[in-house]
Ligand binder design. Structure first.
Ligand code: AMP
Length: 285
């Protein structure tokens, strides 16, 4: 497409995309909450390489915030986001209003997420994944993409959305593409929330990645209990408040105490630097 389109209205977007599909074009979709960084851009550019039309949505979804102050403080900077996307492979920016996504007639659905709903992020952010499913369900109905681009940084979210796509009967229609976590030079996983860190918190936050590297380096030598205790000490010694540090089965996220010598493992961490909650993960094998 020539020139990037900025679209606020869902019906306008649907009719443009319907025409593209009728012309035989493929649609790639990158849902975001804005305050974009190179991690988001990497998803957009992946989509640009693999589809005829790339749509990036920017919508700070109220229903996925279990903490009201986290929602209020979530960074919003649409103009800068648009500038960043101008220099990417994005074709259409979709930035709906709250009413555009959740009109008064919106009926909240309940999604059956099973085990994924109550562990790790689900346990520490009750209701979060229901909110994620609400918005992704609606966005998928509007955009109807061929490919959906997600970041590995939000590992559990990838599994939840995979399940959602399955539940919506879209498994054959929408291919999920998970892209690697983009990091700052110091290893900190890029996140919109990093904008809220002061210099000291930002330095301490690098320990999330360093603790994961420590786990990756030592998981075959040390019992998992000792390994996790050591990783936790690295975090608390650097003024981070831990929600969890765990090793889990990378396919199911079932927590693992001992490797069965077959399963693929992922180490996951969530911790606060000051007021800001950060997450990260690393595949171990
Ligand atoms: P968010 O705007 O934080 O909701 O993220 C939108 C999408 O970008 C999600 O699929 C995230 O997993 C992905 N994402 C966020 N941070 C990164 C990163 N550092 N590297 C790669 N993808 C990311």
């Amino acid at each position: 497409m020539i020139g990037m389109l900025l679209i606020k209205n869902r019906h306008t977007l649907s009719s443009i995309l319907d025409k593209k599909v009728a012309e035989g074009k493929t649609i790639g979709f990158v849902p975001t909450m804005g305050a974009l960084h190179e991690g988001h851009v990497s998803l957009v550019n992946s989509s640009g390489l693999e589809n005829n039309v790339t749509v990036c949505s920017i919508f700070v979804n109220p229903s996925q915030f279990n903490d009201a102050s986290d929602f209020e403080k979530y960074p919003v900077r649409l103009e800068q986001d648009i500038q960043l996307l101008e220099n990417s492979k994005c074709d259409i920016v979709f930035f709906p209003s709250r009413d555009g996504i959740y009109p008064a007639s919106h009926q909240e659905k309940k999604y059956i997420l099973g085990y994924l709903e109550n562990i790790l992020e689900g346990k520490y952010r009750p209701g979060h994944f229901q909110g994620v499913c609400q918005v992704v369900d609606i966005l998928l109905q509007i955009v109807k993409p061929d490919k959906l681009y997600l970041g590995q940084k939000d590992y559990q979210q990838c599994l939840v959305i995979d399940r959602l796509v399955h539940m919506m009967g879209l498994k054959e229609k929408v291919e999920i593409k998970i892209r690697p976590t983009v990091r700052e030079m110091d290893g900190l996983a890029m996140s919109s929330r990093n904008l809220r860190l002061n210099d000291n918190e930002s330095k301490n936050a690098t320990m999330l990645n360093r603790s994961l590297n420590f786990i990756k380096k030592n998981w075959q030598e040390l019992p998992f209990g000792d390994l996790l205790n050591e990783a936790k000490k690295m975090l608390t010694d650097n003024e981070l408040r831990i929600d969890y540090v765990e090793i889990a089965d990378a396919e199911t996220l079932q927590l693992v105490n001992e490797w069965d010598r077959k399963q693929k493992l992922v180490a996951v961490v969530a911790a606060f630097a000051g007021e800001v909650r950060l997450i990260d993960n690393m595949i171990l094998n």
